[in-house]
Design a protein around this ligand. Structure first.
Ligand code: AHG
Ligand code: MN
Ligand code: MN
Length: 336
């Protein structure tokens, strides 16, 4: 199979170009290069499916009481190994680690914090359905760091993105200046720029929600989904379509690509939990990507990027997608 058009820049070339232009700190470029390399390794493993010993349960639980799959553990180890040696990360945090992991940084300059969900959509692993890796990079202050150093609002992210392990592996990346898509060219083992300046349509007729939780939703979401389901015979006056991947990466990717609204609302099924998804390494990076593509992500009312985090594994409701729908849902939350 021939490699992609030689005129199409690789991720490495894009990073080098930005560094040379003074638009990107070389330390941050190194961190993102390492994140991308980790996802390439995970992609190769995922691509082997049942040919490698990666399917099934690891027989242990993470800090959140979730049973870990083998691939959750393996990809977490790969991320840690790949990020440990950048020399620019003061510490990292993961869905699969109870607390942050401090790292040696030789230079006091350009120190960063990396957060990640090493394997998103774990329930899809064993059925060969889309899964991904989500990451977020925050600035680190001088000196020793603890878990609290990570508790910065999402607006402070200096880079965020995800890798989608689908029929193709794609890396979707933002520096806070638009959203670029790189496709893994398996012929040469390089991420290659295939789309830039992603824009999410403002208007959509597609939503995504796990409807099996319907009886637990609060009134504004009940109303919103009921109106979508009523379609052309209801107040919206048009039919809606519903899609649910079971992987936030897969669902958000669809929304970024063709519009839609992705919903994982607060519900009263788990009174101790504000939602299903984690703010620091799932919701915030996706919220920055959405914002940079002209979409919006809120907890129903407040933009996720404005929230002051209180815990590394804090959960949050997520309403992410096309502007008109996210704004409509915020209106439904307004007190009457
Ligand atoms: P993870 O596999 O990292 O724990 O995340 C799974 C999350 C997210 O990817 C997805 O949107 C959601 O869980 C799926 O929830 P349901 O099980 O309710 O479909
Ligand atoms: Mn996840
Ligand atoms: Mn995960």
């Amino acid at each position: 199979m021939p490699p992609a058009d030689p005129g199409t820049p690789t991720l490495a070339a894009c990073l080098a170009r930005r560094v040379t232009a003074g638009a990107l700190d070389p330390g941050l470029a190194r961190v993102v290069e390492a994140l991308a390399a980790c996802t390439q390794r995970i992609s190769t493993l995922v691509g082997r499916g049942g040919l490698s010993d990666i399917l099934g349960s690891a027989g242990q639980q993470n800090v959140q009481g979730e049973t870990q799959k083998k691939l959750d553990v393996i990809s977490n180890d790969m991320m840690i190994e790949g990020l440990a040696a950048t020399g620019h990360l003061a510490a990292l945090a993961s869905e699969e680690l109870d607390h942050h992991l401090p790292l040696p940084t030789p230079s006091a300059k350009s120190r960063y914090l990396a957060l990640f969900d090493p394997l998103d959509g774990s329930s899809n692993i064993d059925i060969n359905a889309p899964i991904g890796t989500i990451f977020s990079v925050l600035p680190a202050a001088d000196g020793a760091v603890g878990d609290e150093a990570f508790l910065q609002p999402g607006r402070r992210q200096v880079a965020a993105g995800y890798a989608l392990y689908g029929p193709a592996t794609e890396l979707v990346l933002t520096w806070g200046e638009g959203v670029d898509v790189y496709t893994l060219d398996r012929a040469c083992g390089e991420y290659t720029l295939t789309d830039t300046g992603l824009r999410v349509p403002v208007t959509t007729s597609e939503y995504a929600i796990n409807a099996s939780n319907q009886r637990f939703w609060e009134a504004p979401l009940q109303r919103y989904v009921a109106e979508c389901q009523a379609g052309s015979s209801g107040p919206r006056g048009r039919d809606f379509n519903m899609r649910w991947n079971g992987s936030m990466v897969g669902d958000v990717h669809r929304v970024l690509r063709r519009g839609g609204v992705f919903l994982y609302p607060r519900d009263n099924k788990l009174p101790r939990k504000a939602g299903r998804l984690r703010l620091m390494y799932e919701a915030n990076p996706m919220a920055l990507l959405a914002q940079q593509a002209g979409a919006l992500a809120t907890d129903g009312v407040t933009p996720l990027l404005d929230l002051q985090p209180t815990g590394l594994h804090q959960r949050v409701p997520v309403v992410l997608g096309s502007l008109e729908e996210v704004e409509r849902i915020a209106r439904y939350h307004a007190p009457v």
